[in-house]
Design a protein around this ligand. Structure first.
Ligand code: DGJ
Length: 722
């Protein structure tokens, strides 16, 4: 709900348990009055009136003691007495960079509409507040949009710029969201890492100066999720305050925290302004991607619940958001590029006997692709390798009672390919320079309409050629040599963003034409695990690192924002192919059951014992899959040596636990659960015990005393009384 107070100058975005309050100063500047736990009241202006003015700062508009720099500005401009980092930078035809947008009017409507060409968080009950600002000298309009998802305690923010002048305007920076805090006693919270080590949780105390988190790689990236939060010091799962921003975007982004000399803090996020600019012609408008803003006053768990509910209900493709995902077997780590029909059919036969529901044929099925040096772009099946057409191959999978999935990497072209021979100008490159090659491939210039159409057409043909239920959409290199042979000189800095818009257009077309196909996003693992991709793809390959122990940190970090139903988690071979670690099938299974279970090992080489264990795992997972994919997820422990988590769905609970290194001479310990009803009775199926919720939460489950490292346990619990 949006309350309008104080002569229509204060806007209270009022949610179930959260308030966000914006205010228009008499000068027409916008300020952030409050963001936090829900407050009730009519007049919040004292928050800024109480600020003690610093006399050495410039006054604004010639008004004595009107110090813009000390105001918690909502979307600060460059060129006024506020000398901190602005949230946007424009360059005008006359060389001026000074902007002065003042408030004009507001507009409230519902429900929110999809942002043109951009992934959008949507809900029929959402309500939008638009604040219209205008720069009279330059004749440019700015619309700040705040959408309230009251039942989800979430707000999204995006910004639109409209050029009403008859002169071209250059956007050098335009953030999607910005919030100012009259305090600096916070820590930053980020999800950082690298390929194979994605989404590790990082806390850092903030200090005067600027902290910048960004990607210049052409993708949101393995190194950093497009997420930044401020939290109270030493934040816990159930204690402390968090202010979180998650950008709904898959390309280069920047997120910053600036602590100024008065110990105020400004946080913002948006498209990376590094090597970015955008020309806005007369009557044209530019829309930023949107940012999700979530506050929690009860620690990380509450933030997680809010993100999970919002994403599952309002972001994921509705058809798949609440539908159970099939248990898949992927042949990548089993065969890599080296397979033939006989091998695959034996793999499929074995997988189907163990209960697998979807077979995914990974890289190597097309063109001349026996290694990573060739054929990307030539999306025709290698019948010699498959022994038949794709259509017939898919039929053989179906005859085994499984769905059929296929790997593609449509944004790329191999140097050795027919596509590159025919269209060398379709790649991202700079004239007269040989572009860098990575994994023997170039990146197609998705800003071009002809390239977009080629990808749409070739994927259309592929999806129509056989009965395909699932697509794994990969993207395996960073974008270097930023240049488009197609864009004019003055628009070269638009390429990164145009690439992402092109990608979203392709995905829009394909997901609309093939609504029944389950798309899994992958970018060398979790390189583009972001809300932008989740709008089109209801599942993400969490990381190329399939080691169960490495996955503990990766999945814990990912779980901070993204629900279990979107996380692809596979049981792979031991020793693990990335780190060489040996772990039991039990441990690999328990860890993979934190999300959507899959297998990525050679089904033709399993011992009878391993087959029995896997068959049992699959049978067990089918019984608890709804709890994991549709239930609430909570982290119980994530200290360096022990990890525990639980899923709750209706009256059923699954608990997972892993200890990394065991120690000598310890006595058995217990694992305390949370989020149960104290007086209710629960049946612990795994140990055949009846316990009250209060016992499980305060005394806990009995942990084994393991005699081996990397030991896991799992419990299934059912509520028996209310
Ligand atoms: C990177 C992916 O993350 C892997 O799972 C696999 O599909 C390879 N690419 C194939 O080239």
């Amino acid at each position: 709900m949006i309350d309008i107070l104080e002569n229509e100058h204060t806007f209270h975005l009022s949610m179930q348990q959260t308030s966000m309050i914006l205010h228009v100063l008499p000068s027409g500047h916008l300020v952030c009055l409050y963001w936090g736990k829900k407050v009730y009241g009519q007049d919040f202006q004292y928050i800024i009136q109480d600020i003690k003015r610093a006399s050495y700062l410039s006054d604004t508009d010639g008004i004595l003691d009107f110090k813009l720099e000390q105001m918690p500005l909502s979307y600060p401009a460059y060129g006024n007495p506020d000398m901190r980092t602005p949230s946007f930078m424009l360059q005008y035809y006359d060389g001026s960079r000074v902007s002065d947008f003042r408030y004009q009017s507001y507009h409230i409507y519902h429900p929110k509409k999809k942002l043109d060409g951009l992934p959008t968080v949507l809900h029929p009950d959402s309500e939008v507040l638009e604040l219209h600002l205008y720069d009279h000298v330059q004749q440019v309009e700015m619309i700040l949009s705040y959408t309230v998802f009251a039942d989800y305690d979430a707000v999204t923010q995006s910004v639109e710029l409209i050029n009403h002048s008859c002169k071209v305007l250059q956007i050098d920076k335009i953030m999607s969201a910005c919030w100012s805090f009259l305090d600096s006693r916070y820590e930053s919270l980020t999800l950082t890492g690298a390929w194979g080590r994605e989404c590790h949780i990082q806390h850092n105390q903030i200090q005067q100066g600027t902290f910048l988190l960004d990607s210049k790689r052409g993708a949101s990236g393995h190194g950093q999720n497009p997420f930044l939060a401020l939290s109270s010091l030493n934040i816990q799962e159930n204690e402390g305050e968090v202010f979180a921003m998650n950008l709904v975007y898959s390309g280069n982004f920047e997120a910053s925290i600036e602590v100024d000399m008065h110990q105020n803090t400004r946080m913002m996020i948006g498209i990376n302004s590094f090597d970015f600019s955008w020309q806005l012609d007369q009557n044209e408008s530019f829309m930023t991607p949107e940012t999700v803003l979530i506050h929690s006053s009860h620690g990380l768990d509450e933030m997680t619940q809010r993100f999970h509910h919002l994403y599952q209900d309002c972001l994921l493709p509705p058809r798949f958001a609440h539908t159970l995902k099939p248990i898949l077997a992927n042949n990548w780590e089993a065969t890599y590029f080296h397979f033939h029909q006989k091998k695959l059919l034996s793999f499929i036969e074995n997988a189907s006997q163990l209960g697998i529901e979807l077979f995914v044929l990974d890289d190597g099925w097309f063109g001349q692709r026996d290694n990573d040096q060739t054929s990307l772009g030539d999306w025709t099946v290698n019948e010699k390798k498959l022994g038949c057409s794709l259509h017939d191959f898919a039929q053989q999978v179906k005859q085994k009672g499984m769905k059929f999935g296929l790997w593609v990497e449509p944004e790329m072209v191999s140097l050795q390919s027919n596509l590159y021979q025919q269209h060398p100008d379709w790649i991202i490159a700079v004239n007269n320079r040989q572009p860098q090659i990575a994994r023997h491939q170039y990146v197609l210039d998705l800003s071009r309409e002809d390239v977009q159409n080629f990808i749409i057409q070739s994927m259309n043909n592929l999806l129509q050629s056989a009965s395909i239920d699932y697509i794994k959409w990969d993207m395996n290199r960073n974008i270097t040599d930023l240049g488009s042979l197609h864009l004019p000189i003055t628009r070269q800095k638009e390429l990164n963003h145009r690439y992402i818009l092109g990608l979203y257009h392709i995905l829009d077309e394909l997901t609309q034409t093939f609504p029944h196909v389950l798309f899994e996003g992958c970018a060398g693992g979790g390189g583009r695990f972001d809300p932008g991709m989740l709008y089109y793809m209801s599942q993400m390959w969490t990381s190329d690192d399939t080691d169960a122990i490495e996955r503990l940190d990766i999945q814990t970090g990912t779980s901070l924002l993204y629900p279990s139903i979107v996380m692809g988690c596979h049981v792979s071979a031991s020793p693990n192919h990335q780190v060489g670690r040996k772990t039991s099938l039990l441990t690999r299974g328990v860890v993979a059951m934190q999300g959507n279970l899959g297998y990525e090992l050679d089904f033709t080489k399993l011992t009878d014992d391993e087959k029995r264990t896997i068959q049992q795992q699959i049978t067990d997972y089918k019984k608890i899959r709804d709890i994991i994919q549709l239930g609430e997820f909570h982290r119980l422990l994530h200290q360096p040596n022990e990890y525990a988590w639980m899923h709750i769905y209706k009256d059923r609970i699954v608990v997972g636990y892993v200890i990394k290194l065991v120690k000598a001479n310890t006595v058995p310990k217990r694992l305390k659960l949370k989020y149960l009803k104290a007086k209710s009775l629960y049946y612990v199926v795994t140990t055949n015990d009846i316990r009250s919720g209060s016992e499980l939460m305060n005394i806990g489950l009995d942990l084994d005393r393991p005699k081996e490292d990397f030991y896991a346990q799992q419990w299934i619990i059912e509520k028996r009384s209310h």
